[in-house]
Ligand binder design. Structure first.
Ligand SMILES: *Cc1c(COP(=O)(O)O)cnc(C)c1O
Length: 482
């Protein structure tokens, strides 16, 4: 028996050398994509099977040295730091935050119990306390970080179920018909959480939206009465701040007012847009937030942090212990509410040291960094809206409230079906060309191009170039269909 393999594996000299190579590679990469050197495209589209074949072949080619291998991964991945990355809501991470990810991956502290994640447990608490204050909650507020908005939503709604519903579902199982009310434009994670909790499809009551794609809060009373008449115990209302498709902020004040005095939990899905709490210019979009029982905010979307890191904040801190009122004697000696035993409150047992990433950004740059990022991106989106409005054959779905913008090619001479096909083709051609990355969505049966301005390196220049490219593609399309 020998462990020579281990001596080789953990050789500090080898690690030092590889580490320097990787950092050099990443710094060159950052320079290249952020400055668009040699006109590097934002993505090199490959069909899924092509991608599979490529990496299958690479797997059988062990001669490829490590830097070349990493270079290939960099080359063939989508470049979030590229100014023409205007697609999904994932952050072009602050390089410093990426370095903390390396450190925490190396340390691999587990976080389920304090002993196994002492530093990051303390950091996580301070991050949450700071966020609670920024949101305007008082000292009662408390919470934790978890692995993404989807899991955070489930955790918050489990707490809501435990607190609000009749009976003890955690111990006895679900015996009644429970429901949650949410806007029809809400993120699918709410629907998914309700189904996981056994509410079924009917347990997600979808409230129609107004012309701005915000929950029509004037319908709450009617839908609430109807649900009760149908034998449902409605336990919560979820407000979106903002919605994913259109970036619309629900009227949180109105939802809060409706919940008041009723056995209703008010949860806010602020995965994307809750971050505006950091901006004095845009915080008013969250007006009413302090009435909420819980809110989630993704640091890996608007706040420059590598995935995943999502805050779940409860107005009444003790509620943060409600989701998993389960005993795990081998982990914890007492059944008390101990802030430092995070596994009592999180879905995860072993958890990444996610607080470290956010804490590092806060201590190095201060919350001003978050504010600057939000202000820049939200303002740039307003400019983009004006650029779109100035083009004859393009129209906005609505005036954007956030950094998410939906627009489409339109023409009075074409049917809805024709227009949908043209807009779908446009987006497809943009993807395959790879110069820009934007996505698409469907609103009320109409196909829209959808852009999210995530990258603070994007300027009006790239946005104008995007519209010019769309103009050229449209011209070619019109010629070919004549
Ligand atoms: C992204 C998003 C989610 C899901 O968060 P993940 O971190 O991707 O799991 C939920 N709600 C909204 C509004 C979002 O934008």
């Amino acid at each position: 028996m020998d462990n020579n393999f281990a001596k080789k594996l953990y050789d500090p000299g080898t690690f030092r050398e590889q580490g320097h190579q990787m950092v050099n590679l990443l710094a060159d990469y950052l320079e290249k994509v952020s400055q668009q050197k040699d006109g590097i495209p934002v993505t090199q589209w490959k069909f899924p099977n092509q991608q599979l074949t490529y990496w299958q072949e690479a797997l059988q080619n062990p001669k490829l040295n490590l830097p070349d291998f990493f270079q290939q991964v960099l080359d063939q991945s989508i470049h979030l730091h590229h100014p023409k990355y205007i697609g999904h809501q994932v952050s072009p991470v602050a390089p410093l935050a990426a370095l903390t990810s390396l450190v925490s991956s190396f340390l691999n502290n587990g976080m389920a119990v304090y002993e196994m994640g002492a530093t990051a447990t303390a950091m996580e608490r301070l991050v949450i306390q700071e966020l609670s204050k920024v949101l305007g909650f008082d000292e009662q507020a408390d919470g934790f970080l978890t692995s993404g908005g989807t899991l955070a939503t489930l955790t918050a709604l489990l707490a809501a179920r435990q607190k609000v519903s009749q009976g003890n579902i955690w111990e006895k199982g679900l015996r009644q018909k429970l429901a949650v009310m949410v806007s029809e434009e809400a993120h699918y994670c709410i629907d998914r959480a309700c189904r996981i909790m056994g509410f079924g499809a009917e347990g997600v009551i979808k409230i129609p939206v107004n012309a701005q794609f915000q929950m029509d809060t004037s319908l709450l009373e009617e839908y609430y009465q109807q649900a009760q008449a149908n034998g449902f115990e409605v336990i919560a209302i979820v407000g979106s701040a903002c919605s994913t498709s259109t970036g619309s902020y629900d009227n949180l004040e109105a939802i809060g007012r409706f919940c008041q005095g009723k056995p209703l939990w008010f949860h806010i899905d602020g995965a994307h847009g809750g971050a505006v709490a950091y901006s004095s210019r845009y915080a008013s979009l969250l007006k009413g937030v302090t009435q909420a029982d819980s809110i989630i905010i993704d640091y890996h979307k608007m706040l420059l942090t590598p995935a995943l890191a999502t805050a779940v904040v409860f107005r009444e801190g003790k509620d943060s212990y409600s989701a998993f009122a389960q005993k795990a004697q081998y982990l914890y000696e007492q059944d008390e509410q101990e802030w430092h035993e995070l596994g009592k409150r999180t879905f995860e047992c072993t958890k990444y040291m996610m607080g470290f990433k956010v804490y590092t950004l806060l201590r190095t740059y201060g919350p001003e960094l978050f504010e600057a990022n939000i202000d820049y991106l939200y303002q740039l989106t307003q400019r983009f809206a004006r650029l779109i409005e100035s083009r004859q054959d393009l129209e906005l779905a609505l005036r954007p409230q956030a950094n998410i913008i939906c627009f489409r090619y339109t023409s009075a001479k074409k049917s809805t079906e024709e227009l949908n096909t043209i807009n779908r083709n446009l987006r497809r051609q943009l993807l395959e060309k790879g110069e820009f990355y934007i996505v698409q969505t469907q609103l009320k049966g109409l196909v829209y191009l959808r852009a999210t301005l995530m990258n603070p390196l994007t300027t009006e220049l790239e946005l104008t170039q995007l519209l010019d490219t769309i103009g050229k593609l449209l011209k070619a399309e019109m010629l070919s269909t004549k």
